[in-house]
Design a protein around this ligand. Structure first.
Ligand SMILES: Nc1nc2c(ncn2[C@@H]2O[C@H](COP(=O)(O)OP(=O)(O)OP(=O)(O)O)[C@@H](O)[C@H]2O)c(=O)[nH]1
Ligand SMILES: [Zn+2]
Length: 199
């Protein structure tokens, strides 16, 4: 088990057992797991679960001293990660935007994506993902001034159930100055809107 700052451990996967269970699942679904096209399916599915739930460990987030980045709003947006809804075990695609106020220290840009991938690689709900990402970024930059906005497409809501294909769920976790300073909060939302427009 590996451990993230302030978070529960990431699961380990019993791949041989998952392979067996997927084979059982195929039988329960009325399929023949020994037919040509399905012979390797249980092992493939188990390998996918292992890769999805056990992402590479997160190295210490690289920060740089940048004294001229003082009181500067930095927004890394348009990041897309796949997660799995914990109620139906169906995919959700999360478009992620992270903002923070740099004050002499900046975080390596790719690290926002790596942190997002880490928290997406588990059974999730969008609200918890949004909160966890804000917490982790805040701890990486040692500052409370963080905002995370997420727009999710949930297959459990579009391909099944209520079947609303165009529904999108937006969540926003604003902490520190993003919560108390309406100008900063508005700047964040404006920059995000611009990034969405560019995509
Ligand atoms: N708040 C929240 N709800 C989610 C998320 N992902 C899925 N859900 C919801 O989880 C709920 C589960 O509801 P249930 O009534 O137990 O399950 P269900 O009968 O399959 O519900 P329907 O989806 O309405 O068919 C559904 O309303 C889903 O839309 C998420 O990330 N956040
Ligand atoms: Zn769901």
């Amino acid at each position: 088990m590996s451990q993230l700052a302030g978070d529960e451990p990431v699961a380990t996967v019993d791949t041989p057992r998952v392979t067996e269970l997927v084979r059982e699942l195929l039988i329960a679904l009325g399929e023949n797991p020994d037919r040509e096209g399905l012979v390797d399916t249980p092992a493939r599915v188990a390998a996918w679960w292992r890769d999805f739930l056990c992402p590479a460990p997160l190295s210490a987030p690289t920060c740089f001293t940048e004294t001229r980045a003082s009181d500067q709003l930095v927004v890394v947006g348009g990041m897309s990660v796949w997660s799995l809804c914990e109620h139906h075990m169906l995919p959700m695609n999360l478009e992620v935007h992270v903002g923070y106020v740099a004050n002499g220290t900046v975080l390596g840009l790719s690290k926002f994506g790596r942190i997002a991938q880490r928290y997406a690689g588990r059974l999730q709900v969008q609200e918890r993902f949004t909160h966890q990402l804000a917490d982790e970024v805040s701890s990486a930059i040692a500052s409370e001034d963080v905002a995370v906005a997420v727009r999710g497409v949930h297959l459990c809501m579009s391909m099944r159930g209520v079947r609303m294909e165009t529904a999108r769920t937006s969540t926003l976790q604003a902490v520190g100055r993003f919560k108390t300073d309406p100008v900063l909060s508005q700047q964040f939302l404006t920059l995000i809107a611009g990034q969405r427009g560019a995509a």
